[in-house]
Ligand binder design. Structure first.
Ligand code: NAP
Length: 305
C-alpha cells in the first residue's frame, strides 16, 4: 500500500482495457507501480502516461512490485499468464473477463494470493473514449475475500463506475452483454448491408440509420420496454410485415431468420405494451413463423447461415 493506504497496482497486458483502467485509476490518485506487455512499444507508450510507473521487464516484476495485479489480457490467456508467475500471500490477482469467475486464477490462489474479477460492463473499442465511457458503467466485482471485494469496489467507483456483485455464474450475464452490445453492431451491419440493394453503400446506410438508433436508445432510456417499441409490429400492421417478408424472400433471404426471430420477440413486447390484442398477435406470429415463409427462405437461401 502507498502512504495514502491505496493499493499499488500492476498491469499485465497493454490493450484497450489495461490502458483505460490504468489511466482512469491514475487520474483518480491510485499509484500504478509497474506495467508489462508482450508488445514493448505499446507498454512504453502506456507507462509514459502513468507518473511513477515503471516499464517492468517481466510479468514477475509486476507481481513483485504491486499489491493488486490486473491481468488485462485476452480471455483465453488469463489462466496461462496467471500460471506463469510466482504469487505470494498479501497480493491479489484480478482479471477482467466478464464470462469467467475466480477459477481462471487458480494458479494465483494456489500461490497464496487473493483473487478477483473487475469487469466493466462497457464496450471499449479504443482507449481514448474509454475514460468517458467508464463513467456511469456497471462493473461486476467478485473476490475471494471481503477485503479485496471492497478494494475492487472502491477502484470501480473511483473511475466513475457503479460496482455490483452478481452472486451467480457469470456466463449468462455475459451472453446478455454480448446480445446488447456486440450483436447490436452485427444487427446494424446487417441492416446497413440492405442499402446495397438500391445502389447505396453500407456506409450511406449506417449514416442514415444512426439517428434512428440514437432516437430508439433515448426512448428506451426515457420510457423503458415495452413503451419504447414502435413500428409495424407495435401497431399490429401484419400487412406491412408480410410485405417485408416477401421482399426478403425475393431479395435478401439470408436476413429472414434474424428478421423472424426478432419479430416474434417484438410481438411479445407489443402485447406487453398493450397496443395489439391476441388476434393481431396471432396473425403476426403466423406470418413470422409460417411454414410458407420458412420454405421460401430455404428456396432462395442457399447462402443462409
Ligand atoms: N474491450 C472491451 O470492450 C472489454 C470490456 C470489458 C472487459 N474486457 C476484458 O478485458 C480483457 C482485455 O481485453 P481488451 O479488450 O483490453 O483486449 P486487447 O485490447 O485485445 O488487449 C489484449 C492484451 O492481452 C495481451 N495478450 C493476448 N494474448 C496474450 C498471451 N497469450 N500472453 C500475454 N499477453 C497476451 C495482448 O498483448 P499484445 O498487445 O502483445 O497482443 C494485449 O496486451 C479481456 O478479459 C476482456 O474480456 C474487454
Amino acid at each position: 500500500m502507498d502512504r495514502s493506504g491505496r493499493p499499488r497496482l500492476g498491469f499485465i497486458g497493454t490493450g484497450v482495457v489495461a490502458t483505460a483502467l490504468a489511466r482512469g485509476l491514475t487520474d483518480a490518485g491510485y499509484p500504478i507501480a509497474a506495467v508489462h506487455g508482450r508488445n514493448r512499444r505499446r507498454a512504453q507508450a502506456l507507462v509514459a502516461g502513468l507518473p511513477g510507473a515503471i516499464l517492468a521487464p517481466s510479468r514477475q516484476d509486476v507481481v513483485d512490485a504491486a499489491d493488486i495485479v490486473v491481468l488485462a489480457v485476452s480471455d483465453d490467456a488469463v489462466a496461462h499468464v496467471a500460471a506463469s508467475v510466482r504469487w505470494r500471500p498479501g497480493c491479489a490477482a484480478v482479471h477482467c473477463n466478464g464470462a469467467a469467475s475466480l477459477d481462471l486464477l487458480r494458479a494465483a490462489s494456489d500461490g497464496g494470493a487473493e483473487v478477483g474479477v473487475l469487469h466493466p460492463l462497457q464496450s471499449f473499442a479504443n482507449p481514448d473514449q474509454a475514460g468517458r465511457l467508464m463513467r456511469g458503467s456497471c462493473f461486476r466485482v467478485e473476490a475471494s475475500s471481503e477485503r479485496l471485494r471492497a478494494l475492487l469496489e472502491e477502484m470501480a467507483s473511483a473511475v466513475g463506475g457503479r460496482p455490483f456483485v452478481l452472486g451467480a455464474d457469470p456466463t449468462l450475464y455475459h451472453v446478455s452483454a454480448v446480445l446488447a452490445s456486440n450483436y447490436l453492431v452485427a444487427l446494424l451491419d446487417l441492416a446497413a448491408s440492405l442499402w446495397t440493394e438500391w445502389g447505396a453503400t453500407p456506409e450511406d446506410g449506417l449514416r442514415a440509420l444512426l439517428p434512428l438508433v440514437r432516437g430508439t436508445i433515448e426512448n428506451i432510456d426515457a420510457l423503458g420496454i415495452p413503451a419504447a417499441l414502435t413500428g409495424p409490429i407495435a401497431r399490429g400492421d401484419a400487412g406491412t410485415v408480410e410485405r417485408h417478408l416477401a421482399a426478403l424472400r425475393a431479395l435478401a433471404p439470408h436476413v429472414m431468420p434474424v428478421y423472424k426471430e426478432l419479430g416474434l420477440r417484438a410481438v411479445s413486447v407489443a402485447l406487453a405494451k398493450g397496443t395489439i390484442g391476441s388476434e393481431q398477435a396471432r396473425r403476426l406470429e403466423e406470418a413470422l413463423g409460417s411454414p410458407d415463409a420458412l420454405s421460401g427462405e430455404s428456396e432462395g437461401g442457399a447462402g443462409c447461415a
